[in-house]
Design a protein around this ligand. Structure first.
Ligand SMILES: Nc1ncnc2c1ncn2[C@@H]1O[C@H](COP(=O)(O)OP(=O)(O)O)[C@@H](O)[C@H]1O
Length: 225
């Protein structure tokens, strides 16, 4: 495994379907960084039926943004766990100006700052198509798509042989459009915030998964050297 020398705080910015989760998992494997996905943390809270999960469920199903208060609370809990000292990749956070300011303040309290924010640049219509057909192996999380990537043996995961698959409740074309609108209204402005801080990078995320992973890996090596 390649290792990073300083604890990095990397942010992946991009609309739903841009590949943030896929790429964050690959960076986690390659560099030993920890993927922190607020979407995954919220889905776990919904599944567990916690008060935060109950409050988030309806908003998530409609494709809106969960309140900063809830998201910050679950993220802070996760960041307080010991494994994150190796460095983190934030996937799906921050998503609003308020969350970005809260993250800056949280890091400043321990003398840190965002190492790099990488914008995954993609085409909106392609994202609707990507999101609307995607599904994953319930056992190992390997990603598939109705049109672009079916398991080689129908009904059987290529990676682990699992036979159960799942789709996210919010991965419909209609909800994907609402999520894309929320991204442009509330999250895309953060690109200027990180450009102003001098930490913005961008990659063309319309390329294949491995090409994008290569570009991201080079950025991680560069900013953590
Ligand atoms: N940082 C966040 N702030 C507010 N809501 C969030 C945040 N992260 C995730 N969510 C909620 O969870 C949903 C799914 O998020 P995520 O798994 O990151 O998927 P995607 O990036 O594909 O939309 C979002 O549509 C939103 O409702």
């Amino acid at each position: 495994m390649d290792t990073v020398t300083t604890p990095a705080v990397l942010i992946l910015l991009g609309p739903p379907g841009a590949g943030k989760g896929t790429q964050a998992r690959m960076l986690e494997e390659r560099f030993g960084l920890i993927q922190l996905s607020t979407g995954d943390l919220l889905r776990a809270a919904v599944a567990a039926g916690t008060p935060a999960g109950l409050a988030a469920k309806t908003v998530m199903e409609a494709g809106g943004l969960v309140s900063d208060e809830i998201v910050l609370a679950i993220l802070q809990d996760r960041m307080a766990e010991p494994d994150v000292t190796a460095g983190v990749i934030l996937d799906g956070f921050p998503r609003t100006a308020g969350q970005a300011a809260a993250l800056d303040a949280l890091l400043a309290a321990s003398g840190q700052k965002v190492t790099a924010a990488v914008s995954l640049d993609v085409d909106d219509e392609a994202m609707i198509a990507r999101v609307a057909g995607r599904f994953t192996c319930a056992a190992c999380g390997e990603g598939y798509h109705d049109s672009f990537k079916q398991p080689a043996v129908s009904g059987c995961c290529d990676k682990c042989g699992g036979v159960a698959f799942k789709r996210r409740a919010d991965d419909t074309a209609e909800t994907a459009r609402a999520r894309l609108e929320a991204y442009h209204a509330q999250t895309a402005p953060l690109i200027a915030h990180y450009r102003g801080m001098g930490v913005l990078r961008s990659v063309d995320a319309m390329d294949g998964i491995d090409t994008v992973a290569g570009a991201l890996g080079s950025i991680v090596e560069d900013v953590t050297a």
